[in-house]
Design a protein around this ligand. Structure first.
Ligand code: HEM
Length: 223
């Protein structure tokens, strides 16, 4: 009897194993902390803009300080915030290295590129009736690919700024700062899209998605 050719082995397109779950939440936490440092640096504290207030407060105590002296004080405050930004930055570098390690040496389920290729294959082979669903999955995965690129840019430009005093990185410092700044907005855009997408998926067609990313895949469930 004729037997239909078996479909290609269903390679998993999602993975909720411990290393990836750890990576996901640690990364989410650190990016949030980085955004908080920027919120404090550029919006809440804005130490440079406090110089006139500082001068005024000192003059009430009959102490006159120049704008330069006030600026030196403001610099100390802003450096304190940058110090935390750099600590969190190093932790993000470590996570980036971990993700690269999983990508290069981990099993195929943990390799982003393998999963992206599988999703692309499923999209190409999907019958018209399933095309829209496969397209949504492909779209989500493409945004993750962009996110990895943004993260790589953040890590690289952040490191250039950390080593701005070296002859090699010094000349790139200004451009790196500008790229770092713009990429922050791209990451914020990704986060907004990601959160909306996850809430949409959780409520419409992928119930339990968030709890799987917290506690892992239930036994017997399929990717
Ligand atoms: C995704 C998370 C991150 C966000 C949202 C973020 C955001 C920013 C922003 C907006 C600035 C100011 C840039 C400017 O105005 O020129 C900045 C500066 C900086 N960032 Fe990040 N950053 C992140 C990750 C990192 C990482 C991973 C590192 C280190 C590897 C890093 C190191 C630095 C350094 C050294 C500065 C300059 C501080 C200074 O001027 O003293 N950042 N960051």
């Amino acid at each position: 009897m004729y037997q239909a050719v078996a479909p290609a082995v269903e390679a998993p397109i999602k993975d909720y194993r411990a290393p990836l779950r750890f990576w996901h939440w640690a990364n989410a936490l650190l990016i949030s902390l980085q955004l908080i440092t920027i919120l404090f640096q550029k919006v809440i504290v804005k130490s440079k803009s406090a110089v006139p207030e500082f001068q005024q407060a000192m003059s009430k105590a009959n102490v006159t300080i120049t704008a330069k002296q006030g600026g030196a004080f403001a610099h100390i405050i802003s450096e304190r915030i940058w110090t935390w930004h750099i600590y969190f930055g190093w932790a993000l570098v470590a996570l980036w290295v971990l993700r690269l390690g999983l990508q290069l040496a981990g099993p195929s389920e943990l390799r982003f590129s393998a999963r992206l290729m599988e999703i692309l294959r499923r999209y190409r082979l999907a019958p018209p009736v399933d095309k829209s669903k496969a397209g949504k999955i492909l779209f989500a995965k493409t945004t993750y690919a962009l996110f990895y690129i943004f993260l790589t840019i953040m890590v690289a430009t952040g490191l250039i700024m950390i080593y701005e005093d070296t002859a090699f990185f010094g000349p790139m410092h200004h451009t790196a700062g500008e790229i770092h700044n713009v990429t922050m907005y791209l990451i914020m855009g990704f986060i907004a899209l990601h959160v909306v997408g996850v809430v949409w998926a959780e409520t419409k067609e992928d119930h339990g998605l968030v709890s799987r990313m917290v506690g892992g895949e239930a036994p017997n469930s399929k990717a």
